[in-house]
Design a protein around this ligand. Structure first.
Ligand code: ADP
Length: 248
């Protein structure tokens, strides 16, 4: 069997005196979808941000492809930046540049950060916009779009740098309920295309239908993990059961 595309081991992180991650492992095979679920404050977002160096854990390792960082050795900016280049991130709020068109938002990463050919990046961005259902909005500005459309642009922008892994941090939680479905459908189609995705989410239906594995976190540890048919349907751990029951 080939090595997993993403492998994080022993992630440990405190904010001040408060331990937030207490030795978290995340192992993600290429082409799979991993959902991180758990109560608010359990550490899900901190895990996700540790995978691309937006948080700096005190200990633990992260490897994506052949780029690895050992947090205990206090890696420098270059090493962290090399790790960050392996992933694309979709945030809770889209974070688009308001003064740029949709197309320029999507090409900003490849053109400004990666110095790729502008014409090629624009052609690729149009293709990505088509895939998120927004081909006709290339010349619009973010303010002219609905929240769901903005978030789909955010997804296209995350894909535009050709990341190995796409990290989603509660991508639908800031949206009006009627806009959630369109974003989840786009994510589902990306999963079907074979993108490797790690998703922090409260959308249990999405997790059940799309995830290959679910990690349930509580108190900074992975309490239970496995396919959704086990973790979400027949959880072994009492804490997982309690969490799921509260959602009903
Ligand atoms: P989740 O995503 O599961 O809601 P988080 O990873 O966001 O959990 O947060 C885990 C814990 O860490 C929470 O108690 C939160 O208050 C705390 N925390 C997160 N970010 C910071 C920060 N920048 N400074 C201090 N505490 C933080």
């Amino acid at each position: 069997m080939s090595a997993p595309l993403l492998e994080a081991r022993g992630l440990t992180k405190s904010f001040g005196a408060v331990p937030v991650l207490r030795g978290v492992d995340v192992v993600v095979p290429a082409g799979s979808v991993t959902c991180l679920i758990g109560p608010s404050g359990s550490g899900k977002t901190t895990v996700l941000r540790s995978l691309n160096g937006l948080e700096t854990p005190e200990a633990g390792t992260v490897r994506i492809g052949d780029v690895a960082v050992d947090w205990a050795t206090r890696p420098g900016r270059r090493a962290v930046s090399a790790l960050r280049d392996q992933s694309g991130m979709v945030f809770q709020a889209h974070n688009l540049f308001p003064h740029l068109t949709v197309l320029d938002n999507v090409t900003s990463g490849p053109v400004l950060a990666q110095h790729r050919d502008r014409a090629e990046a624009r052609a690729e961005a149009r293709d990505l916009l088509e895939r998120v259902g927004l081909a006709d909005k290339a010349d619009a500005y973010p303010v002219q779009l609905s929240g769901g459309q903005q978030q789909r642009v955010g997804i296209a922008r995350a894909l535009a740098t050709r990341p190995r892994v796409v990290l989603f941090d509660e991508p639908t939680s800031a949206l009006d309920p009627e806009l959630v479905g369109e974003v989840l459908r786009v994510m589902q189609s990306l999963a079907a295309e074979g993108w490797t995705m790690v998703v922090v989410t409260h959308e249990m239906r999405f997790a059940r239908q799309v995830a290959d594995q679910v990690l349930f976190l509580d108190g900074g540890v992975v309490v239970e993990q496995g396919p959704p048919s086990e973790v979400l349907v027949e959880p072994r751990e009492a804490r997982t059961r309690q969490f799921l029951q509260r959602l009903l």
